[in-house]
Design a protein around this ligand. Structure first.
Ligand code: MSP
Length: 557
């Protein structure tokens, strides 16, 4: 590029922009509805994780929540489903962490990024793209985006003075800081919100005209249920009721070298949040799909990073002329002894420990059963074990073992089933059938609204109903007494219930559900949402491989 005359270089750059951004801005496919026969795409993201420390349960919760939603949308027929996650590797925080670890920053990032990737895979997170901000594709996108903002007049050079919190990688207004006494008697200024230390910075850098975006941000926020649950909408609204100040979006290279240089001014490094937020755009641009996947359907995140996603991110996008995300799903924090789980507090719970104790399904089930996005949740290993034992081992496990076990089912078959199978079991059977008919729609709505815990409650009510039916009908007695019709009806009704339960639980505990459906001999092509309702079948089906117990009871003191 250096040898090109300036006008040529400019026009080259413009056509490069057009090539990269054109399909993201103008493609009309976004508005196609499923009535036209074209399937809806679904693009969901997790935040990208800081690599200053290994993953803990707080990170995994964000990912499990997003994964459950991605799997659910896949089941209801969205296509393609793009689900991105990855690691946030630049900035002062990582620069300092690698220095303390006595490692080159990239070597340090490689190690921790792999440990996130491994933990996410171990937790059955079905991401389709794992992005690292140190990748070439991302650096190119960030620099191009910077040039776009600059050409559109949103960037100027100025002096920035203020408090900066490296642990949160954010500027903090003076009135949002406070002085605390350290154990050695010294005073330390901290961010009041996160209690983490702040430092005074005064330097030349580039600023983004955030102050000009306020009205449009409010318009976006009020354009629909953009931010959920409602309490976070109100929180964001209250932030936008105040004036917005222009935002520093670069740091002198002498202070921050670990990052992406400002195009045309390598003495400055791009602010890590601008860099990090752009991961979502990098992923969309590099997706293999022929469809336009911009804007994202939903960004999932914890409440601590709402300001970045609800103010900075849409402001950057509107300044670049790109469409804004359709929605943000915000969740509370996992606490241990009433304190946020974090490396700084030193109270982190490792996903590996949880998986060793309760398996991946026990962990996922606990997080989604106990996690209520609008509230903080308390993490307790004992509770995780108790809930997994009660529901997965006893509730569902017993149901499946009883109806698939050789003692009552020596021919290893899932029996033909019809409404009369339920009716033949008397009032308990009719009640179960009614419940079973209502449940898939109820679960659908809860999953769609991010109330996975309520969806699970509906499913477990069905499980209790089926176990109750078994107890009432006592099929082992029916078998002995030769009451073949009643016996078959009980077995068929219970197995059909187990099939529906296994299908509905797939977004929550995918590998557990897979084992359950395999055991029931349900073909892989019959596991979408269409198959989540009761289905009458005139034929028997062979059960699948008996395999190991669905969920062995956990012993934990
Ligand atoms: N790197 C930024 C995100 C950039 S996205 C463009 C970041 N990373 S993080 O590793 O600190 O956090 C990633 C996710 O984990 C966030 O959604 C955060 O809210 C979540 N959690 C971190 N600790 C948590 C708990 N104790 N509980 C629940 N989730 C929490 O922020």
């Amino acid at each position: 590029m250096g040898s090109l005359p300036t006008c040529l270089a400019l026009s080259y750059r413009r056509s490069f922009h057009q090539k990269l951004y054109k399909h993201l801005i103008k493609d009309g496919q976004r508005n196609t509805s499923h009535f036209s026969g074209v399937k809806q795409p679904f693009f969901i993201t997790t935040p990208i994780f800081y690599v200053n420390a290994d993953p803990h349960i707080g990170h995994i919760y964000t990912a499990v929540l997003a994964d459950a939603s991605a799997r659910f949308h896949q089941m209801i027929g969205c296509d393609p489903v793009l689900f991105s996650t990855g690691t946030d590797e630049h900035g002062l925080k990582i620069q300092q962490a690698s220095f303390l670890a006595n490692k080159e920053p990239l070597a340090f990032c490689n190690k921790v990024s792999s440990s996130f990737r491994e933990a996410l895979s171990k937790c059955d997170i079905s991401y389709t793209d794992y992005i690292r901000t140190t990748e070439k594709r991302h650096k190119e996108n960030v620099q191009l985006f910077w040039e776009t903002l600059s050409e559109r007049g949103y960037i100027y050079k100025g002096k920035y003075e203020g408090w900066y919190c490296t642990a949160d990688e954010t500027f903090v207004a003076e009135d949002l800081t406070s002085l605390i006494k350290l154990p050695d008697g010294r005073e330390q200024r901290v961010s009041t919100e996160s209690s983490r230390p702040v430092e005074w910075f005064s330097e030349e850098n580039y600023l983004f005209k955030l102050s000009t975006c306020r009205e449009k941000l409010i318009e976006w926020l009020e354009s629909g249920p953009v931010v959920r649950p409602p309490r976070y909408y109100s929180l964001l609204k209250s932030l936008l009721d105040q004036d917005l100040f222009d935002l520093s979006i670069s740091r002198p290279n002498s202070r921050l070298s670990w990052g992406i240089p400002v195009p045309g001014d390598s003495s400055q490094t791009i602010y890590v949040w601008l860099d990090a937020l752009l991961n979502y755009l990098t992923v969309a641009k590099h997706s293999q799909s022929q469809r336009n996947l911009w804007p994202p359907s939903v960004h999932v995140m914890g409440k601590d990073i709402l300001k970045f996603h609800g103010i900075y991110w849409p402001a950057f996008l509107m300044a670049a002329g790109l469409e804004l995300p359709k929605s943000l799903l915000v969740h509370g924090h996992w606490l241990v002894d009433e304190q946020k789980m974090s490396k700084t507090t030193g109270n982190v719970v490792s996903p590996h420990t949880c998986i060793d104790i309760a398996t991946v399904n026990g962990l996922r089930y606990f997080l989604l059963h106990e996690g209520v996005p609008a509230n903080d949740g308390n993490f307790s290993m004992k509770m995780m074990v108790r809930i997994a034992n009660t529901d997965l081992a006893d509730g569902i496990g017993n149901l499946v073992n009883r109806c698939c076990g050789k003692s009552l089912n020596p021919s290893l078959k899932r029996l033909a089933v019809s409404a009369s199978s339920f009716e033949a079991c008397g009032p308990a059977g009719s009640e179960l059938l009614q419940l079973l008919e209502r449940t898939p729609d109820a679960v659908h709505d809860e999953y769609l609204n991010w109330n996975f815990y309520k969806g699970i409650d509906h499913i477990m009510a069905v499980v209790r109903g089926a176990n109750g039916l078994f107890q009432t009908m006592e099929p082992w007695k029916l078998k002995k007494e030769g009451q073949v019709d009643k016996f078959n009806a009980t077995m068929a009704a219970t197995m059909e219930t187990a099939r529906v339960v296994g299908t509905l639980l797939q977004p929550i505990v995918p590998s557990y559900s897979q084992r359950l459906l395999d055991k029931l001999g349900v073909p892989p092509t019959e596991r979408t949402w269409d198959f989540a309702s009761v289905r009458w079948s005139p034929n028997d089906h062979l059960l699948g491989d008996q395999g190991p117990v669905l969920f062995p009871r956990i012993k934990y003191e």
